[in-house]
Design a protein. Structure first.
Length: 178
């Protein structure tokens, strides 16, 4: 039997049909996070990709981007920057509004989270319409950061988010496309 961590992780992504509404297949990464071996494989895949990228910091988007980003930052011996939902950060912040499929939202970052010229890896678990990662990217750029790449476990390319992120000038990487 050949060892294939990418396929092992993929097999542990659970599909939940008709959630949160009929016709939607929700891709659930919870089983990946619950299985220590599978979670290690997932993190190792990202660490291997970014270990020679000369990064300064990893930024993760609230909330599952925190899980991935903080562990990857730790493994790469880098700091971690949380990009949070509006009203959750206690210091001076910059905010960015964005549209969702069914409304709008806002994310914020501390004004001292990154410095001009820093090389940042931006992480989240999933790319759907791209709104959250685009807003996070705009915040980082407003602070002068250079985003090396926006990455996620899952991309839903039919929703167009990864294309919009790339059109904004940010490279995109995802492990799986559904």
């Amino acid at each position: 039997m050949q060892y294939n961590p990418i396929e092992t992780v993929r097999q542990n992504i659970r599909t939940i049909p008709d959630w949160p509404q009929p016709g939607v297949n929700f891709r659930d990464i919870t089983p990946v996070l619950q299985d220590p071996r599978c979670f290690r494989m997932l993190i190792d895949i990202f660490v291997s990709r970014y270990m020679s990228q000369n990064l300064d910091v990893v930024a993760g988007v609230d909330a599952r981007g925190f899980i991935l980003g903080s562990v990857v930052a730790y493994e790469l011996n880098l700091g971690f920057v949380p990009i949070r939902k509006k009203g959750k950060l206690p210091f001076d912040t910059l905010g960015e509004d964005y549209n969702l499929e069914y409304g709008s939202a806002s994310v914020e970052i501390h004004t001292d989270a990154v410095h001009a010229g820093q090389r940042v890896l931006l992480m989240d678990d999933l790319i759907a319409t791209g709104g959250t990662l685009l807003a996070a990217s705009r915040l980082l750029k407003r602070l002068g950061a250079n985003i090396v790449e926006a990455c996620a476990i899952i991309d839903l390319p039919d929703l167009g988010g990864s294309k919009l992120i790339e059109e904004s000038g940010t490279s995109v990487f995802s492990l799986y496309k559904f």
